[in-house]
Ligand binder design. Structure first.
Ligand SMILES: [Zn+2]
Length: 568
């Protein structure tokens, strides 16, 4: 049904009137501990039900679902007693996005003299342009294999060796270079590229960034399931409308064409070039690797339809109680968006996103209520940020980090919540990227006080640290904490947690089935929210800023940022 201008405000008012019981700020309580102890799991559940119901249509940016969601969060922030933190005295930070829908009638060819390899869109490759333009092309662009395409001075690694790659089309491998450990050749060297954990150099976003930096016209990544962390079908989903931030240069500094090719087609390409793919892939794991011209030219013409939308981050704050320190911030983030309406599965095409991430927004609102109820309030200010377009590539948080409402040099930390635990209390808590920063030390303390233990991410090779809204903060220097609920459930058999995670990944994650269930147990979410609350509170009270630990790829960025701002 098409929405009319009239139905929207009425429906929202009706929804707001029906909204949960915890709508008034609670009575002031004295201490932080008491405030967090009063967090109500039922209130989190009610927010989650509200945001994941059919009327919100899966909360896709640029839809009626966004209007409902933003109106609801604004209303709840106001009722919780937060101060508007947006630039014009509202709770809204506008996030301009453009959407590109590629025309599927596109073909990619690799030519060597009269020999031509034609690749079929979606089956063999996907490609797009980030240029804000109706069209982009490669015309007989020379192809060069650049191995993993990595330039990492801290590991004395440079796959480019100063080669002139301007206007050329680069073929790159996905993942970090898998450097074997000289002491133990069956394993990866823990001193280089994080050993078995993925560093940012392994992510596809890095590959396109560095390719543009060396002036390439085209960048094609060879897909391989294991190092990517997901199958080719995930890449093939990129053929519907894709959103991105609007850069001042209309993204013209990016390569004209970005894309992926299947492993089969990559092998065919190397055969066409008279090269041995497996041999060159081996060479790419050495520091002596140099770019290899393939003697093959790539051609493609991309046509787009483009539209611009204004999406919204919702921002509210609790002002700090210290006259001077209140200009400094601890930020809590959670994304409000989900996938909207998509392919029908078991008769449902609304992607409700109850766990991902209506629970995180419910938690954000209730944490806000807890902070407001404290007396005295924390010395530093606390910013609550519900961000848009996480599912589109962390766009809302990236926009915030590039256009912060308060300087990043005065932002002590970001604590991100993405999917809360709805299965009951756990003995443990997982930290993604454990050992990155001193936030982990606060986390260890708080967990110990809760009688819990901190455990590292069980699947570091998936690069989860780079895959939610804390990352844009980390990338620009701000220490950021990403945790997941534990897997060791109180009173449950030892394999219960693992079973639940597997069930979630296989049948619920990013499916219409991500809905509120009658058997949910919010006691685990409450425990985790108390944990997030206490960690953030201690950072807000601390004598000094939390730092990145030695060996973190973000340490130098932060040190330079604080130095430039004169607040070391
Ligand atoms: Zn999420």
């Amino acid at each position: 049904m098409k929405s009319s201008a009239l139905t929207f405000p009425f429906l929202v008012l009706a929804l707001l009137a029906a909204s949960c019981g915890g709508a008034q700020p609670s009575e002031p309580v004295k201490t932080a501990a008491q405030a967090f102890a009063a967090i109500d799991g039922n209130a989190v559940l009610e927010h989650t039900k509200m945001l994941s119901q059919d009327a919100f249509e899966g909360r896709a940016p640029g839809t009626k679902g966004e209007d409902f969601t933003v109106a609801y969060i604004v209303d709840q922030f106001r009722k919780a007693g937060l101060k508007p933190a947006g630039p014009d005295g509202t709770f809204i930070q506008k996030v301009p996005l453009y959407g590109i829908t590629p025309d599927p009638q596109v073909s990619l060819t690799f030519a060597k003299g009269n020999l031509v390899q034609s690749l079929k869109f979606k089956d063999d490759f996907v490609a797009w342009t980030k240029h804000i333009s109706d069209t982009a092309e490669l015309k007989d662009s020379e192809m060069v294999f650049v191995g993993y395409g990595v330039q990492a001075p801290e590991f004395s690694w440079d796959d480019y060796k100063g080669a002139d790659l301007r206007g050329k089309t680069l073929v790159m491998l996905i993942g970090d270079p898998p450097v074997p450990d000289p002491a133990n050749p069956g394993q990866l060297d823990p001193k280089v590229f994080g050993g078995s954990a993925m560093t940012y150099y392994g992510r596809w976003t890095y590959k396109y960034e560095i390719g543009a930096k060396v002036g390439a016209a085209g960048i094609l990544i060879v897909h391989e399931t294991e190092p990517a962390g997901y199958p080719f079908s995930v890449v093939q989903n990129k053929i519907t409308e894709q959103f991105d931030l609007i850069a001042p240069d209309r993204n013209m500094s990016r390569a004209s064409v970005e894309g992926w090719i299947s492993l089969d087609q990559a092998k065919k390409l190397f055969a066409l070039a008279g090269k041995d793919f497996d041999a060159l892939k081996k060479e790419a794991v050495t520091r002596t690797f140099k770019p290899v011209p393939l003697g093959v030219d790539a051609s493609i013409t991309i046509r787009n339809s483009v539209r611009t939308i204004i999406s919204r981050n919702v921002a509210g704050e609790v002002e700090g109680s210290d006259r001077k320190l209140k200009q400094e911030y601890v930020v809590y983030t959670a994304h409000w968006d989900h996938l909207g309406i998509g392919p029908e599965v078991n008769g449902d095409k609304i992607y409700h996103g109850a766990q991902d991430n209506a629970t995180g927004i419910g938690g954000l609102i209730e944490l806000a209520r807890a902070y407001v109820s404290m007396s005295p309030r924390p010395k530093r200010s606390i910013l609550f940020l519900a961000v848009t377009a996480e599912e589109q590539g962390l766009l809302g948080s990236q926009y915030y980090a590039s256009n912060p409402l308060h300087p990043l040099a005065k932002t002590l930390a970001d604590i991100n919540m993405d999917v809360l635990n709805v299965y009951g209390r756990t003995h443990d808590m997982t930290i993604v990227g454990l050992g990155n920063s001193e936030l982990d030390d606060y986390a260890q303390q708080v967990a110990a006080e809760q009688g819990r233990v901190i455990k590292p991410d069980p699947t570091p090779e998936k690069g989860s640290y780079y895959r939610s809204d804390h990352f844009p903060f980390a990338k620009l220097g701000v220490p950021a904490l990403a945790s997941g609920s534990g897997i060791d459930y109180v009173g449950k058999p030892p394999d219960y947690g693992r079973k639940i995670k597997e069930e979630f990944t296989a049948h619920i994650y990013h499916q219409p089935a991500d809905m509120v269930r009658p058997d949910w147990d919010m006691s685990g979410a409450v425990l985790d929210l108390q944990f997030y609350g206490l960690v953030g509170y201690r950072v807000a009270q601390a004598d000094r800023y939390p730092a990145w630990k030695a060996g973190s790829e973000f340490k130098l960025i932060r040190e330079n940022q604080l130095k430039a701002a004169g607040n070391r």
